[in-house]
Design a protein around this ligand. Structure first.
Ligand SMILES: [Zn+2]
Length: 812
């Protein structure tokens, strides 16, 4: 692209950033109805719309409290937020354009608002092409208790009042621009950015954040000489025409709207000023799980925390290097990140990619790498972004194939020349890298395994973060010691991290990130906690269980977003990640399972937890139920899971491969009544003891388990033998269903089983035995004769319930 020659506009990055974050905050104040409207109207009579008047009023009040911006800077911010709907200078135009692009899903021009204070934020999951139900959030702060949308939630009280005063207090105390972003996340995550006329499924936080990200890109494009006043005017004009086109289409009730828009955009809004960067850490699975069973608990945890921090710090490194802000990280979770950047960053990005590649290669050789891909974004792509989102993934996948290109050219020797084999070399028992100096004895002596400094440092990482309340992340340029540890990798990126167990003393530092705590200035989410138990302690008589799950049909879900603007796509990703990276971890805490469940990782869209089978069984049911509510009961949003039981000293990596196989089973089995229709989501199952079940069937298993448990409990003296017989009976008389379609109950077999169980020698508990058979039989009868739905298709429910119980009583 040709660099334009124009008179440089003297803009201040901080001013652009804060203005774009606060441009719509007036809506918050206005809706609270705590201010005299006429006063504000008269005071800012030259401002045409209502909310910018309030935004300006808000900024003017705030400027009296915050002293890390100069009077001149505050004046500029106040001007920009006040006139962002009627701009006449370049920096205000930047915010207007950013605002429009961030809200590209809006269907009409904004009108003066009046009756809107009771409008709630709709769940992004309830506004999809084949699902449209009104699930809404209460106006409230971001925390565990407020994360569930409610169906046709109605609240006539003005809920803005409840959170306004605390918000004003907190925002008045922010110490840097990053804290502004965090405070907005806390208070504006459940406030709709839009009310009336629009689908309000984008929060004021998500809208402000994306507006800031876009504005910062435009700021950089200007600084690098690629966008000027004339160009901004041209884009704004084109966008205005496009909005008229959208409105016209809407009035015609045109069902091919998306198609038409696509055609419309073919030769319009083609300017490329943005790139969407995707980063993806690859090799994670092998890297985390290829550890010996001894000390596995800590090794796994340390490695998974390292991956989590590495992903975040690489994203941080990129935004720091490209002169972006935290708002430009659209998503970060599960070893992935998406960053919105300016187009003129391309060359710099290539250098950054190479640096990261070399850094990871130096420390992990080919075992771990970060693939970075990017796609150019046209202005029009903000309106239909799911394509761009997908293309950036394709770009990353393409990179994976050529990932050692950089290395091959420059570090050829490192890759292919064997180390000097003439002298005997010692290698690390985990990563097999050569150990140059013998590592600290005390870490590894008692275990009879030898670890390199790096692998040892992952174990210390698990120890350090174990009871940590916060992480302190600071900038650092050179490493203090030359030991090869996880810290030295972060140091080489320019960061230093420390964990702190103290919840108070460190909180006055500006770079403290509280772990999973929204009641703070800044936070970091993720699973850092480690139970005070080894795998041996967690096991039932030498048996330990794994729960692995991930979200089904993710690609299809993104395809179902209506008017898939960049706002909607990133909101959807953020919400899904929030469930796994925060909600799940808090749920474990609230259910008091912290010492029983070992969360190896949880983030993005997948989870791995290790623990006792029964605890994991109950937890998976609970999590499924919560996920359903979290995603507005949208039938397209499901996850599949697998529960596997292994000997405690079975190699973790082999267990993981087996778990993957079981998860595949959950996702591939299709019940006969799922074949006819594409509407019922397939997958959505859980495999346990090698048997796939629907989640409904899992509830039946739970019911049977409880009955069996009570029965066994009352027959203490010979419970093992009774259970054996039940196990045998449930196996022997399977299948209980016959018929050409496998859907007719075999009464004879039910009777035989009843007879068999009766013959269990101990006659005195006949009544309870009958009860169990009764329940089982009723489940079947109800299932096959009285229900059209036929919730039970896998007859192994009794057998699996007995097997879980068998493991449970074995431990005592
Ligand atoms: Zn090692």
């Amino acid at each position: 692209m040709k660099k334009n020659n124009f008179i440089g506009v003297n803009m201040n990055k901080k001013v652009i950033y804060i203005s774009s974050l606060l441009h719509d905050l007036g809506k918050f104040l206005e809706r609270s109805k705590q201010y005299v409207n006429n006063y504000i109207k008269n005071k800012y009579s030259d401002i045409r719309y209502s909310h910018p008047r309030y935004s300006k009023f808000f900024v003017e009040q705030l400027s009296k409290k915050i002293d890390w911006l100069s009077i001149e800077e505050w004046e500029n911010i106040s001007k920009i937020v006040g006139y962002h709907h009627q701009p006449n200078d370049f920096d205000t135009k930047i915010i207007q354009l950013a605002d429009w692009l961030a809200s590209a899903e809006r269907e009409e021009q904004e009108l003066e608002e009046f009756n809107y204070i009771n409008d709630k934020l709709e769940s992004i999951f309830s506004n999809m092409s084949d699902y449209n139900e009104q699930y809404e959030y209460d106006i409230s702060v971001l925390n565990f208790d407020n994360m569930m949308p409610m169906f046709e939630f109605n609240c006539e009280i003005n809920r803005y009042i409840d959170i306004l005063s605390k918000f004003l207090e907190d925002i008045g105390k922010v110490r840097d621009e990053e804290e502004v972003l965090f405070i907005l996340e806390k208070y504006c995550s459940y406030i709709p950015a839009q009310t009336r006329q629009y689908r309000s499924d984008i929060s004021l936080y998500d809208h402000s954040k994306l507006t800031a990200a876009i504005a910062i890109c435009l700021f950089n494009e200007n600084k690098n000489g690629f966008i000027d006043n004339a160009k901004i005017d041209k884009i704004i004009q084109e966008l205005q025409k496009m909005m008229e086109f959208k409105k016209f289409n809407k009035d015609q009730d045109n069902s091919d709207f998306k198609e038409n828009l696509l055609t419309y955009l073919e030769d319009k809004l083609l300017d490329e000023h943005f790139i969407l960067i995707k980063g993806d850490i690859s090799g994670i699975q092998k890297f985390i799980f290829n550890v010996p069973s001894k000390k596995a608990a800590k090794s796994l945890k340390g490695r998974s925390i390292y991956i989590m921090l590495l992903t975040q710090l690489i994203a941080q490194y990129i935004i720091d290097q490209l002169n972006l802000t935290k708002s430009n990280i659209l998503y970060c979770g599960g070893g992935n990140f998406y960053i919105l950047s300016h187009k003129s960053a391309e060359n710099k990005l290539k250098e950054i990619e190479k640096r990261i590649m070399q850094l990871l290669f130096k420390h992990h050789e080919e075992k771990l790498s970060c693939n970075i891909g990017y796609v150019s974004m046209k202005i029009g792509d903000f309106l239909l972004s799911e394509k761009i989102w997908k293309e950036s993934s394709n770009e990353v996948n393409r990179k994976k194939l050529t990932k050692f290109n950089y290395i091959l050219k420059e570090d050829f020797n490192k890759l292919f020349l064997p180390t000097d084999i003439s002298k005997s070399i010692q290698t690390c028992d985990i990563c097999k890298m050569e150990i140059k100096e013998k590592s600290t004895e005390k870490e590894s002596d008692s275990l009879e395994i030898v670890l390199c400094d790096m692998c040892n440092s992952f174990i210390s990482l698990a120890d350090e973060s174990k009871n940590a309340k916060s992480i302190i992340i600071s900038k650092k340029t050179n490493s203090e010691d030359n030991k090869n540890t996880y810290k030295s990798i972060f140091n080489e990126l320019g960061y230093d991290i420390k964990f702190s167990n103290d919840s108070h003393s460190s909180s006055n530092l500006i770079n403290v990130y509280k772990i999973n705590d929204f009641d703070s200035n800044k936070w970091i989410l993720g699973s850092f906690y480690l139970p005070n138990k080894t795998f041996d302690d967690l096991a039932d008589k030498n048996k330990i269980a794994y729960l692995k799950l991930d979200v089904d049909n993710l690609g299809t879900i993104f395809g179902k977003v209506k008017n898939p603007s960049l706002s909607r796509i990133s909101t959807l990703s953020r919400q899904l990640n929030l469930f796994f990276e925060y909600y799940l971890i808090k749920l474990v805490e609230k259910e008091n399972l912290q010492e029983d469940l070992y969360i190896v990782f949880s983030g993005g869209d997948d989870v791995l937890v290790i623990g006792r089978l029964k605890k994991l069984f109950d937890f998976s049911l609970k999590l499924r139920e919560k996920f359903k509510i979290f995603t507005a009961e949208n039938p397209n949003l499901t996850f599949s899971a697998a529960l596997g039981v292994f000997d405690v000293d079975f190699p973790v990596i082999n267990a993981i491969y087996e778990m993957e196989h079981l998860l595949k089973k959950s996702k591939s089995i299709i019940y006969y009544d799922e074949k006819d229709t594409i509407k019922i989501p397939r997958k959505n199952k859980i495999t346990i003891f090698n048997q796939p079940f629907s989640w409904k069937e899992l509830e039946y298993i739970k019911e049977l388990y409880d009955k069996l448990y009570n029965f066994i409990d009352q027959n203490k003296e010979n419970k093992r033998s009774i259970l054996r017989k039940i196990l045998l009976a449930s196996e022997k008389y399977n299948p209980l269903i016959d018929g050409p379609k496998g859907n007719e109950i075999n009464n004879q077999k039910i009777w035989k089983m009843r007879y068999y169980l009766r013959n269990i020698k101990d006659k005195k508990n006949l009544k309870q035995k009958e009860e169990i058979i009764d329940i089982y039989e009723k489940m079947w009868l109800k299932n096959y004769y009285f229900s059209d739905e036929k919730p039970i298709k896998n007859h192994q429910i009794l057998n699996v319930a007995a097997k879980i119980l068998d493991l449970e009583i074995r431990k005592k």
